[in-house]
Design a protein around this ligand. Structure first.
Ligand SMILES: O=P(O)(O)OC[C@@]1(O)O[C@H](CO)[C@@H](O)[C@@H]1O
Length: 449
């Protein structure tokens, strides 16, 4: 029996039960192909990248790093083997401060007799996060490659591949920003477009391609129009009304928290949205929340964030982008923009658990005027990674996570849905069986408004 068929034999050819957290054993859920195919593929591509770049790595870290490369490759291989043989999860073994928490969660999941849970039968959010935590563990337990991000180069490549589209959006914004007076009417018309550019930016996600860049070449603003029919829920008007109403209130220090997702083109569109909201005084301060460790291949880390702004301000081929990048450097110098990478975002918890498990972060977000959550994984965490009936209202699915007003921008790359009109999910799935998996469709949901 091959290892893969072993995994097949452990799973059941059924859809997951509604209103329960996802588990990979249901083969008709996206969790099963991600566990059995996409994750091993991503891990093995990470190994191939390392092997292909061996000489560059040795040049940078010295000849002694060769042993590290060998041991990282072995650890990645054994991660794939662990997944495909459904062997029990093991404790993490590095000295990073989050390891205690990970191991405590694993203990809590273990039977009273100490038997550890396995990949196929455990809550999928935990399992998928654990895969990415184990990839990082392979590096952090080495000597020279502790802080090595094997996805960094691909993330930066993805950014430069999208310069054409970035330049179009950049030109639109710079023209705007350089006008002395922009009539409110124009702002009202254009703000939803900028929000939707940031929404569709979420299609560019390297975790779906094993790190291969997805080029965004079309005009982001044209795309917003042409993709409108693919929006399954669009509550953007509520957020636009809220932002315009608040312009007339004399509130100071309005903080916008953006829970970031992918680096590359998506991050660029997030920065554009933040600039627009700051420039027209919808908010005063922006706190960007990224990841403390490499995560889900293309999520933004502090290194990516700094390098992205630096690239746009100094290396990009377009003068417009350079001008935009320099504005962003200015926001950081003045303290108006802040980057943070709290540990919670790379733990296996959903956002409903934040208040009890990381009260400090929950209190910080409670100061917020508006929270924007980007992407699919953050959305899954918002709604507890529960396989909701598609018509369950978003506000209900979000449950107790209510630190402030919330805007979720997400393209659909997993089978979690909620907040859809009666019959819509059934209608689309009939014509488009893969509708949940490929980032083709999108939702904009709000809470607290
Ligand atoms: O959060 P993002 O970047 O929008 O999407 C991440 C994601 O699509 O990648 C995984 C593998 O496909 C999914 O489980 C997950 O939700």
């Amino acid at each position: 029996m091959t290892i893969e068929s072993k995994l097949f034999n452990l799973c059941i050819d059924e859809s997951p039960p509604r209103n329960k957290p996802l588990v990979a054993k249901y083969m008709r859920s996206f969790a099963f192909p991600v566990l059995s195919k996409l994750s091993p593929f991503n891990i093995s591509k990470t190994g191939s990248y390392l092997s292909a770049n061996k000489n560059v790595i040795l040049q940078k870290y010295g000849a002694e790093a060769e042993n590290d490369i060998t041991s990282v490759l072995e650890k990645l291989e054994s991660l794939i083997a662990d997944i495909l043989s459904n062997s029990p999860f093991r404790e993490l073994s590095s000295d990073n401060i989050d390891v205690k928490i990970w191991n405590k969660v694993l203990d809590d999941f273990s039977d009273q007799d100490g038997s550890r849970p396995t990949w196929v039968y455990t809550n999928w959010l935990y399992t998928e996060c654990y895969i990415h935590r184990r990839i990082f563990e392979a590096f952090e337990t080495s000597t020279f490659l502790k802080n090595y991000d094997p996805f960094y180069e691909q993330k930066m490549k993805a950014l430069s591949h999208c310069e054409e589209a970035m330049d179009i959006l950049g030109k639109f914004l710079i023209k705007y920003f350089n006008k002395n007076n922009v009539p409110l009417k124009n702002l009202r018309e254009d703000l939803p477009k900028i929000i939707k550019c940031a929404l569709w930016g979420n299609r560019c996600d390297l975790s779906q391609t094993g790190g291969d860049a997805i080029a965004q070449t079309e005009s982001p603003l044209d795309l917003v129009e042409s993709l409108q029919d693919l929006m399954l829920a669009d509550e953007s008007s509520k957020i636009v009304d809220f932002l315009f109403t608040s312009l007339n209130e004399s509130k100071n220090n309005k903080i916008l928290d953006i829970i970031l997702d992918n680096a590359g083109y998506e991050l660029f569109t997030d920065l554009c949205l933040a600039d627009y909201l700051v420039t027209y005084k919808f908010v005063d301060i922006v706190r960007f929340h990224g990841k403390a460790i490499p995560w889900f291949v293309s999520d933004v880390t502090s290194q990516d964030f700094t390098a992205t702004i630096n690239y746009i301000a100094h290396t990009s081929r377009s003068e417009t982008l350079k001008e935009l990048g320099k504005r962003w450097e200015g926001y950081f110098k003045s303290g108006q923009w802040i980057f943070e990478s709290e540990q919670f975002w790379t733990l296996p918890f959903n956002f409903g658990q934040m208040k009890s498990l990381d009260n400090e972060l929950y209190s910080k977000l409670s100061e917020s005027f508006l929270i924007i959550s980007k992407g699919d994984l953050n959305y899954r965490k918002l709604v507890g990674d529960i396989f909701w009936e598609p018509t369950v209202p978003f506000t209900q699915a979000v449950g107790s996570f209510k630190p402030s007003k919330l805007l979720a921008l997400r393209t659909l790359k997993s089978d979690i849905t909620c907040g859809l009109a009666e019959g819509l999910a059934e209608h689309i799935s009939k014509n488009d069986p893969d509708w949940l998996k490929i980032g083709k469709y999108a939702v904009i949901h709000v809470d607290g408004l």
